[in-house]
Write a protein that binds this ligand. Sequence first.
Ligand SMILES: Nc1ncnc2c1ncn2[C@@H]1O[C@H](COP(=O)(O)OP(=O)(O)OP(=O)(O)O)[C@@H](O)[C@H]1O
Ligand SMILES: [Mg+2]
Length: 446
Amino acid sequence: MKRTTILIVDDDNMTRQTLSLALADDYDTMTAKNGKSALETLEKNDINLILSDLFMPGMNGIELLEELNKLPETPPVIFITGQASVETAVQAMKLGAYDYVTKPINIDRLCLLIEKTLETQKLKEENIFLKKKIKENFPDLSLIGDSPSLQKIKDLAQQVATTTATVLIEGETGTGKEMVTNIIHYNSPVAHGPFIKVNCSAFAEGILESELFGHEKGAFTGAVASKKGRFELADGGTLFLDEIGEMPASIQVKLLRFLQEKTFERVGGTKTLKVDVRIISATNKDLVEMVKEGTFREDLYYRLRVVKIEVPPLRERKEDLPLLVDNFLKKFTDRHGKQINKVTDEVMSLIKQYKWPGNIRELMNCIESSVVMARGDILDVDSIPEYLTYRANDLEMNGEEGLLPELERKTIREVLDKTAGDKVRAAKILGIGLRTLYRKIEKWGM
Ligand SMILES: Nc1ncnc2c1ncn2[C@@H]1O[C@H](COP(=O)(O)OP(=O)(O)OP(=O)(O)O)[C@@H](O)[C@H]1O
Ligand SMILES: [Mg+2]
């Protein structure tokens, strides 16, 4: 293991040598005869702790500390001071010095202090590391945009968060439904409880039922052991049912009963279970239409939408575009180590004129790929994806049904080509459920 390196700063040659010698058993040491030379040593070497005299000609201890404070990170500093200047040492501590020792120096006590200082420093670094990790793993809770409709959504989300009411979130794909769900859960009374998400379109009917409600051993072939479902796992927290419009009728019944009585049975089970779970569901389907068609239960619909939040598509809140573009630009230039601080007016107007069928997710992907493609420090028309430059009118004249289906079909075909027909991957990339993808493929006979 690498030994700790201590930098001893003192104008007195004798002191430097004595201290070096006294610490040599336990540490590697380096020396400097004033603040300026200490800074030079620090720049070229990996120093773990600085032990410095307060009074030195040239740059004194306090001035050294002030210079250190300007650096992004510095080792901890312990000052050595005469009895007469303890006040200055205290002042140094206010400036961020770790501690001070008074002359004559007791080496045993100095070593103890050094160990304690290193230990504290280690904890501080760990703390910074953990905080960063938490931030990385914690979902982003800031909806960007200043349009009145988005402001309304933010307010509503905050307001329902204080309750445990059942919430239904409606909106097109990529509009931010999951973000709104995150905001509600993490601001709710059950924020510290479990937060379980299920995408109803990701499972076949039988599997979805056992995923949600669990099963008993032997309930079906392959059920070799009993298993808890997501409702049980979410006890005391939030269950997010994504793409609720894809939920098969048999499961809709079970969910309705849960919403009415808070009870259910595992698949193949006889025991009635009761859990305390807040339900948030989301859909990009028109559930009212589905109710009319008879594919979604009307009673369930009303139970789910105790509070309804409608997230409007991006094309209906174009005022949000400049802020969103700015934010994504910053995010992706950081991520890809680029230096781009502006998009040209031409690009901005193309962005404003485009219909954004994939909404914020598509905008985000668009900015990321543009950042990657950009050569200079400005994002211009040469770096943006080609589809942004298609004139809306040209496309509209090509298809009977207008621009959106045309683009959707084109995008799906491109993604399927890229994944060599791997539909699971394609659905992931497109951000839609597997079943939705199958339906579209069928519809267009791809
Ligand atoms: N207002 C916003 N500000 C910043 N980022 C946003 C905003 N809205 C959405 N996003 C981002 O866009 C992406 C899509 O959002 P999200 O997954 O919440 O959409 P969704 O409505 O659940 O989509 P889908 O219907 O495809 O499941 C996410 O990466 C999210 O962080
Ligand atoms: Mg979603």
